[in-house]
Write a protein that binds this ligand. Structure first.
Ligand code: FES
Ligand SMILES: [Fe+2]
Length: 374
C-alpha cells in the first residue's frame, strides 16, 4: 500500500483495523476504570478552574474557596460552552456566559442571572471522583462505582514521618502513550542520552509478563553522568542493576532499593499525552565523602537537579518521542523491527487491556446505559 513516495497511504489505522500489536497499541486508549494523575496538587489554587482532558473527554476541575476539589463534565447544558472558562465563587462553578451555577455534585443550583423567570430546571452534570495523593490530583474517569476497587498505587516511601526526598516533573508530549511506555522501559536508547548518561551498557537480564504487568530487569550502569555521579553512593546502593515494570497503566523503576520513580500517564488523545514523573530517593551522599546527606538537603539538591538535570534529560526523550509519532503518522505500515523482546509485550498488554475495556462497555451497552468514556 505505497503511494510511490516514502509515505504510507492515509492515516494510521483505528484500533479495530490494526494489523499487528504495534498498530493496535498506537490507537488504543487507557482503561478509564483506573485513577489518573491530572494535575499537581499545587497546580490549582483556591477559586481556580482548569480543563483536563482524558482521552478526548473534557473535564472541568476546580477548587472551591474551602480548598476542596471537584470535577464535572465540562459543558454547560445551556449553550454547551466549556465550564472551565467560567469562574469559581465560594464552592460553586459559574458558567462564564449567563452565569448558570453548579455545585460540586454537578447540580444546577442557580440560573436566576437569566431574567426570564425561573422555570423548574432539574439538571445534573456528570461528576468524577477526585483525590489528592503524593502531591498530585488523581481523577477516576471511568465508572465511579469502581473507584474504590481500583486504588491509587501505594508508595510507602512517601508516607509516614520520614518520607524520602522526591521530585515531580511533568511534560505534555505530542506522542501516543504507548510510545512513552516503550521509551521509559526500553534501555536501548542510551545513545540519545549520551550527554547525561543516566544509564549505559544496558543488557536485558530478565523479562516476564502476566495479565496486568510486564516486569523486566537490566544489568546496566546507572547515574554515570558527571554531576549526578557525585551524589550516588555506590558503596551503599547497587547501581549496576535496575528493575522496571509496566504496571498497567503506570510504570515504575527501582535501582538498588534507594532510587525509584513512577511514571503516570494522562492520555489526552491519540497523539498527545501528559506525563507525570515522580522520582524519589532515600538519600544522596555528600560529594567527595562517604557521608549520607540529610533528607532536607537531599530534597534541596533534588529541587536544583530538576531544572539542571531531570528536565533537560527527559526533554531529550520528548524530542525523540514526538519525532517517532511524526514518523509513525507517515510510515505506520512499515513492518516493525524490534530488537528488545520486552517491547512487544508492553504493546500487547496495552492492546489487551483496551480490548477488555471495549468488551466491558459493549456488554453494558447491551444491558443498559452506564456512562463511560471511550
Ligand atoms: S451558556 Fe452557560 S449559562 Fe448560558
Ligand atoms: Fe530516555
Amino acid at each position: 500500500m505505497r503511494n510511490g513516495q516514502d509515505n504510507a497511504v492515509g492515516s494510521p489505522p483505528k484500533f479495530r483495523d490494526g494489523r499487528n500489536s504495534r498498530q493496535k497499541a498506537r490507537a488504543a486508549g487507557l482503561d478509564p476504570d483506573c485513577w489518573y494523575v491530572v494535575e499537581h496538587d499545587n497546580g490549582i489554587k483556591k477559586g481556580q478552574v482548569k480543563e483536563v482532558v482524558f482521552w478526548g473527554t473534557s473535564i472541568a476541575l476546580y477548587r472551591g474557596e474551602d480548598g476542596q476539589l471537584a470535577a464535572v463534565h465540562n459543558r454547560c447544558p445551556h449553550r454547551q460552552i466549556k465550564l472551565s472558562k467560567g469562574v469559581v465563587q465560594n464552592c460553586k462553578l459559574h458558567c462564564m456566559y449567563h452565569g448558570w451555577t453548579f455545585d460540586r455534585e454537578g447540580w444546577l443550583v442557580d440560573y436566576s442571572h437569566d431574567s426570564f423567570g425561573k422555570p423548574l430546571l432539574k439538571k445534573q452534570l456528570r461528576t468524577y471522583p477526585v483525590q489528592v495523593r503524593y502531591g498530585f490530583i488523581w481523577l477516576f474517569p471511568g465508572d465511579p462505582e469502581k473507584a474504590v476497587a481500583h486504588p491509587i498505587p501505594e508508595i510507602p516511601e512517601l508516607e509516614g514521618d520520614n518520607p524520602w526526598a522526591s521530585v515531580p516533573i511533568d511534560f505534555t508530549w505530542d506522542a501516543h502513550h504507548s510510545m512513552i511506555i516503550d521509551n521509559v522501559c526500553d534501555f536501548a536508547h542510551a545513545f540519545l542520552h549520551r550527554k547525561y548518561r543516566p544509564f549505559t551498557d544496558a543488557k536485558l537480564r530478565h523479562y516476564e509478563s502476566d495479565d496486568n504487568r510486564v516486569y523486566l530487569t537490566y544489568d546496566t550502569f546507572m547515574g554515570g553522568g558527571r554531576i549526578s555521579g557525585m551524589f550516588v553512593d555506590r558503596k551503599r546502593v547497587n547501581t549496576k542493576f535496575i528493575e522496571i515494570c509496566y504496571e498497567y497503566p503506570y510504570q515504575w523503576s527501582n535501582t538498588g532499593g534507594s532510587i525509584k520513580h513512577w511514571c503516570f500517564l494522562l492520555p489526552i488523545n491519540e497523539r498527545r499525552t501528559r506525563v507525570f514523573f515522580l522520582f524519589y530517593f532515600d538519600a544522596f551522599k555528600i560529594p567527595a565523602t562517604s557521608l549520607k546527606m540529610p533528607q532536607k538537603l537531599t530534597q534541596f539538591v533534588l529541587r536544583v537537579s530538576n531544572s539542571l538535570l531531570f528536565k533537560p534529560l527527559l526533554s531529550e526523550d520528548g524530542i525523540a518521542l514526538e519525532a517517532e509519532q511524526h514518523a509513525y503518522d507517515h510510515h505506520w505500515d512499515e513492518p516493525p523491527i524490534e530488537l528488545n523482546p520486552a517491547v512487544p509485550l508492553f504493546q500487547q498488554l496495552t492492546v489487551q487491556k483496551w480490548e477488555n475495556y471495549l468488551a466491558r462497555t459493549e456488554v453494558q451497552t447491551v444491558k443498559g446505559p452506564k456512562q463511560a468514556v471511550g
